[in-house]
Write a protein that binds this ligand. Structure first.
Ligand SMILES: Cc1ncc(COP(=O)(O)O)c(C=O)c1O
Length: 473
């Protein structure tokens, strides 16, 4: 017991000391070294509902839900109790080969029940990137098992984001690629970002339906160029998240899916953000976009961030092929923490809470539409170029000129310029590039929405004033 560090209960922190230790040791994900050196990071100490508190006790509405994940909100005692109870019953069990555990089994049954179609089979992992890595491995395995080893090319989209393990980041849009890392590119092909607000080069000035036609043609052309017999899978987030909350043009995903079906190409829907209620559904692919994927990756909202967990769901058809008897095959992939009993019990309790509180309907018919509607009122501000997204996944894109849609200089980082103002006013959102991205917990009240919209308005107005003062507008 002597080794256990005692952590004060969110009061009495020495903030300067925490920041100093953080700077001394913690290499944060996606850290920008120069900015971090000067500004450090915001040290959070406590969370409750839709709010978080820093080490000085200042309250923030968490408009980012952590990182698109704290769907049921923080501080749920019954989550803590379920997790603690499971730790007491059995804190860990290997699931390699021939051992299983009760929570992993029950969660598997539940996921199969709420997933669309016959996505009855699950590979458990520890997060979104690993769920994607498992999807990639499964695809390779499946294509080889069925005697189609030449089907190894993968198609994704620029500005997509699928995680940071080697394959997941290689499939992610090349905007995420930096020269200091290597990326796999020989079998990965990236198509245009399906952005209605800023259409890809050569597709400007098209109507939404024409844009869909152009993007679908681009996909078909790529399949033809590679040869359908060489294409294994297509990857897409239903709504791109980290790429700037990009809802697809009307019918685009469905038409691509139909081409996938016709050409024996697996359709992988990355629902790491969109599943578990963010768009008002357990999974958005079928319910929102009329696509029945062969594989769905999920993480984040599956446990509302209480404990890390990833899940790759796939069809009976795939399972039938890979498990065909008589080959003596084994699936040489999987993690020590696959089906971790504590993570699985957390997911089961999280789903139970969402069902009991009717959170999907709340997002679909009540708070989601209200959030969208209220954010659209910001369009009168002279640097708001676009307000887009769906339900609890929204983005305000900032522009220097509303008429020409000219961007602010990249080095200004207008997204974080405005976010600095929202932080000062007690609102956390994700501000980077031209974006202010919001993905709050699903338990948000209308009063909370009003606070977000009012605070963002005041913050954009304050940013406008200082941009003018500094001669940047
Ligand atoms: C769509 C999508 N896929 C995958 C990931 C990677 O998830 P993780 O960070 O849990 O590895 C993310 C993370 O934000 C994501 O947004």
């Amino acid at each position: 017991m002597n080794n256990i560090v005692s952590i004060p209960n969110a009061v009495g922190y020495d903030t300067a000391e925490i920041i100093k230790k953080d700077k001394a040791h913690f290499l944060h994900p996606w850290l920008v070294f120069d900015v971090f050196k000067d500004k450090g990071s915001l040290p959070l100490a406590r969370a409750e509902g839709a709010f978080v508190y820093d080490t000085d006790g200042k309250q923030y509405l968490d408009g980012a839900a952590g990182l698109w994940c704290t769907n049921i909100g923080a501080g749920r005692k019954e989550m803590a109790e379920a997790i603690a109870e499971q730790i007491c019953i059995m804190e860990y069990a290997s699931t390699f080969t021939d051992i299983t555990n009760v929570p992993a089994t029950l969660l598997g049954e539940k996921l199969a029940e709420i997933a669309p179609g016959n996505l009855n089979r699950i590979i458990y992992s520890t997060g979104g990137s690993t769920a994607m890595e498992s999807a990639c491995r499964l695809i390779q395995y499946y294509q080889r098992c069925r005697g189609k080893p030449e089907k190894r090319h993968l198609i994704s989209r620029k500005s997509g984001y699928h995680g940071t393990t080697y394959l997941a980041i290689s499939i992610s849009g090349d905007k995420n690629h930096t020269p200091e890392f290597e990326y796999k590119s020989d079998t990965i092909h990236q198509l245009s970002c399906p952005n209605v607000f800023r259409p890809p080069e050569g597709m400007e000035g098209l109507s939404e339906d024409e844009l869909t036609t152009a993007l679908v043609k681009e996909f078909q052309d790529k399949v033809d160029e590679l040869g359908a017999d060489n294409v294994a899978a297509f990857f897409a987030e239903p709504i791109m998240g980290a790429g700037g909350v990009i809802p697809p043009p009307r019918d685009y995903l469905k038409q691509i899916w139909e081409i996938c079906k016709d050409n024996d190409i697996l359709y992988v829907s990355d629902e790491v953000i969109t599943a578990f209620g963010r768009l008002g559904h357990w999974f958005a692919s079928l319910d929102e976009f009329e696509v029945q994927p062969d594989i769905i990756t999920s993480a984040k909202g599956i446990t509302s961030g209480y404990i890390p967990l990833g899940a790759t769901l796939f069809t009976e058809e795939i399972y039938k092929v890979i498990s065909e008897p008589g080959h003596g095959r084994y699936f040489a992939h999987g993690f020590t923490y696959a089906g971790h009993p504590v993570a699985c019990i957390a997911a089961l309790k999280n789903i139970e809470i969402m069902e009991r509180e009717n959170l999907l309907d709340y997002v679909k018919t009540d708070i989601g539409p209200y959030f969208e509607e209220q954010l659209h009122t910001l369009r009168d501000l002279p640097i708001v170029g676009d307000v887009r997204g769906k339900r609890m996944m929204m983005c305000v894109e900032l522009v220097k000129d509303q008429k020409t849609l000219e961007r602010f200089p990249a080095e200004l980082d207008i997204g974080s310029y405005v976010a600095k103002e929202t932080y000062a006013r007690g609102l956390i959102l994700r501000g980077f590039m031209d974006y202010n991205i919001m993905s709050p917990p699903l338990i948000l009240t209308k009063k909370d929405v009003d606070f977000i919209v009012k605070t963002l308005r005041e913050s954009i107005e304050a940013a406008l004033q200082s941009l003018k003062k500094d001669g940047l507008l």
